[in-house]
Design a protein around this ligand. Structure first.
Ligand code: UDX
Length: 446
């Protein structure tokens, strides 16, 4: 099938590459000329395992095209994906200006039936807005061309985006048209073998499904972080509690890891956007607000531990930091807890020697060159002459380090661990002061 994807961001590029991989003829359109030129040369704007070879192969084999020419994009596909960004505006609502701009563009150039598919995470009611904008534009052209608008939210995880897209757990389709159901079944047929993963519903329910999924996951994390704060004060160990409750199949082990707060492009933005949506319709979303509040304060856990150890004034101190990205296997630092930590440490006069396996360029881009941030080539180099070690991201390579080397390199044998990577008892036996999240026995009582 011929497919056009507007917006070559995370969602758009991965979806386009995966659709091309199974044989569809996919054209990607973006306003960013540099991005388009780079993609043609095989330079991918994001770090995502498996994406570069997939994009390069399908581009070279002629099933994946990149262009800035919106008109040819509209002409190309009957399927028109909208996968542009929906950044939060000042009050945290999702800003739809890029989505409506694409809708206008499609209506401006279309001459035959199009299926317009909202892939971006958009507030409930967006499909109606897209439809209205397109009808207005067609009216201005004095044309009556048929089209359908579909909500088809994406559930991919950064770091596992290609795999999630190739083997989706579910394909949610919101539409009011039977004909569209057939077209989408054909489009997704290669991903829907063995058992039917397609869940059909009305458009508004599909739009809400995406927010509900992300907000439920964020709720699980904030709930566990709240329990971890209780455990810390009660002298209990949240890691034991996590295993204890995870073993109940109704609760499950997934997404109940306490830590220094969730980040990324989805959870913080989507929880806030659903809060705003609720407020706009006169409903006060108490639970969602609590999820957001717990997460905000959780991001201050590590700086609080540092102050507990070293006092309010951190002038003259240098900290080794392992992990800058909001989670492992990505270079993404959007809403990462490392950013709250860095900024708190700097505010108190400390310097940081940081290492991350992938996010060094991103840190450079965000913070530029400054004396208080030294980006080091290895995790060992980051330790050298630092006062203590802080861990923000659970990269695999941080899980079994050489503790003798850490102790020799640091001025003080102190580790602040925002991801509960180590066994507190073992670290104490090795002579470390070990701060972790919600492991009361090791810190609160000492
Ligand atoms: C998320 C959703 O998982 C995905 O379905 C949706 O489409 C987009 O948003 P992503 O943001 O890529 O994906 O990352 P995810 O793996 O979900 O992690 C989000 C954050 O939660 C990370 O900061 C992670 O460290 C944190 N987290 C996750 C926890 O603190 N504890 C957990 O138990 C799980």
């Amino acid at each position: 099938m011929k497919v056009t994807v507007f917006g070559i961001g995370y969602v758009g590029l991965v979806q386009a590459a995966v659709l091309a991989e199974v044989g569809h003829d996919v054209m990607c359109i973006d306003v960013d000329e540099k991005k388009v030129e780079n993609l043609k040369k095989g330079i991918i704007p994001i770090y995502e395992p498996g994406l570069t070879p997939l994009v390069t192969k399908n581009y070279e084999e002629g099933r994946l095209h990149f262009s800035t020419d919106a008109r040819s994009g509209v002409e190309h596909g009957q399927m028109q994906f909208i996968a542009v960004g929906t950044p939060p505006d000042e009050d945290g609502s999702a800003d739809l200006k890029y989505v409506t701009a694409v809708a206008r563009t499609i209506a401006q150039y279309m001459t035959d039936h199009k299926v317009v598919i909202d892939k971006s995470t958009v507030p409930v009611g967006t499909a109606d807005k897209v439809r209205t904008v397109m009808l207005e534009t067609l009216k201005q052209r004095d044309l009556d061309v048929p089209f359908d608008v579909v909500s088809n939210p994406e559930f991919l995880k950064e770091g596992a985006a290609v795999a999630d897209c190739m083997r989706p757990e579910r394909i949610v389709i919101g539409t009011d048209s039977e004909a569209v159901v057939d077209l989408l079944r054909e489009l997704y047929e290669p991903f829907n073998r063995n058992h039917d993963r397609m869940i059909m519903m009305d458009i508004r329910s599909a739009e809400l499904t995406k927010y509900a999924a992300n907000c439920m996951l964020a709720t699980k994390i904030s709930f566990m972080n709240e329990i971890s704060n209780l455990a810390e004060r009660l002298g209990a160990d949240v890691e034991k509690v996590r295993q204890g409750i995870g073993s109940d199949s109704r609760i499950g082990y997934h997404f109940i890891y306490p830590g220094c707060g969730y980040g990324g492009s989805c959870f913080p933005k989507d929880v806030q956007a659903l809060i705003r949506t609720a407020e706009h319709i006169g409903y006060a979303p108490r639970l969602l607000q609590a999820v957001e509040d717990v997460n905000e304060s959780q991001k201050y856990k590590l700086p609080e531990f540092v102050v507990r150890q070293y006092g309010e004034n951190l002038e003259g101190k240098t900290f080794a930091l392992w992990g800058l990205s909001f989670k492992p296997n990505t270079d993404d630092m959007r809403a990462a807890s490392s950013r709250v930590l860095l900024e708190e440490l700097w505010r108190r006069g400390a310097k940081v020697q940081a290492f991350d396996p992938e996010a060094m360029n991103e840190a450079q881009r965000i913070y530029g060159h400054r004396d208080e941030l030294m980006l080091m080539g290895t995790k060992e180099a980051a330790l050298h002459n630092a006062d203590a070690l802080i861990i923000c991201t659970e990269w695999q390579s941080f899980k079994a380090p050489d503790f003798v080397e850490i102790k020799n390199a640091l001025r003080d044998p102190v580790i602040f661990d925002g991801r509960n990577l180590y066994d507190p008892e073992r670290l104490e036996k090795r002579g470390f002061t070990y701060y972790a999240i919600g492991r009361g026995a090791s810190i609160a009582l000492s």
